[in-house]
Ligand binder design. Structure first.
Ligand code: SAH
Length: 261
């Protein structure tokens, strides 16, 4: 049996309970060594065989997975964050389907959740943005033209931009082309939730300079939007005057609620 497991964003205790339990039982682990915290491997059995996929091709990964699974071994493919976000798992699953082998996916905490937690921010604020756009700049991996950053930026929604730390000059230009003002709040979060995490608050216009000054060239998420600022309305859900399925609202409001405004 093969399990694709999300390792979480970095901190060893941010893997799920299910993911950790399977890791403890694994006979073979193939982990994405460039981004997965190697300390996670400390929970594996002594006789577990561990491969770092950083230097392997898709075919080499499959050449480990397929015979091990056929021999009845428990195989774990450990991906950073959540495997469904830039995890390149689809191509592995398709080849396993072709081999007639069964697998399951165990979700993980994506780094964009880790980054929000580190920044202590909420991506979805009333009146600011109720949408999160997860995207990347085009690099050697193509991005469909309709998803050009300038087009996405025109929504002024919260944006979490992966895999783009080396292209920040270009990213800023595209974001501004799309309508973000140069002074729109932005943040660079390097190695969110790792012990050596760093976070930098800046603006759309100063992304490249901020990264350069702080020598950040990879393993960072770029977050953009007014959710990083302070001008938002409180939620309706917890508003004393708001009636919903589980609570009757008070209108007019009791006087003590004035303090909450
Ligand atoms: N599946 C992963 C993303 C893999 S793509 C996830 O869900 O998080 C790799 C990119 O993710 C990196 O280039 C960087 O942009 C981002 N990334 C991964 N881990 C990170 C972390 N701990 N902090 C900040 N960015 C991270």
């Amino acid at each position: 049996m093969i399990y694709f497991i999300g390792a979480g964003p970095g901190a060893v205790d941010l893997i799920t309970v299910r993911g950790k339990t399977l890791l403890e039982q694994a006979d073979v682990v193939i982990y994405a060594g460039s981004l997965v915290n190697p300390e996670l491997l400390n929970v594996t059995k002594k006789e577990c065989t561990v491969y770092d996929s950083a230097g392997m091709t898709l075919e080499e990964v499959l050449a480990v997975m397929v015979p091990a699974t056929r021999a009845g071994k428990l195989v774990v493919r450990l991906h950073t964050g959540d495997p469904s976000i830039y995890g390149a798992i689809r191509e592995q699953m398709d080849l396993l389907d072709a081999e007639g082998l069964y697998y399951e996916v165990v979700p993980g905490v994506s780094s964009f959740f880790g980054a929000a937690a580190s920044l202590k921010k909420e991506y979805t604020l009333p009146d600011i943005s109720q949408t999160v756009i997860i995207t990347r700049m085009e690099g050697r991996t193509p991005v469909p033209p309709k998803e050009d950053i300038a087009l996405l930026a025109s929504h002024q929604a919260t944006m979490a931009i992966f895999l783009s730390t080396g292209m920040l000059e270009n990213l800023s230009t595209k974001l501004m082309e799309g309508g973000y003002a140069a002074d729109t709040p932005a943040a660079i979060v390097y190695k969110a939730t790792w012990p050596d995490e760093k976070q930098f608050r800046c603006t759309v216009g100063t992304l490249a300079r901020t990264a350069k000054e702080n020598h950040i060239t990879k393993t960072a998420l770029i977050l953009v939007g007014r959710f990083l600022g302070n001008d938002f309305e409180r939620s309706k859900l917890y508003d004393p005057a708001f009636t919903h399925e589980f609570r009757e609202g008070n209108d007019p409001l009791p006087s003590w609620t004035e303090d909450l405004k």
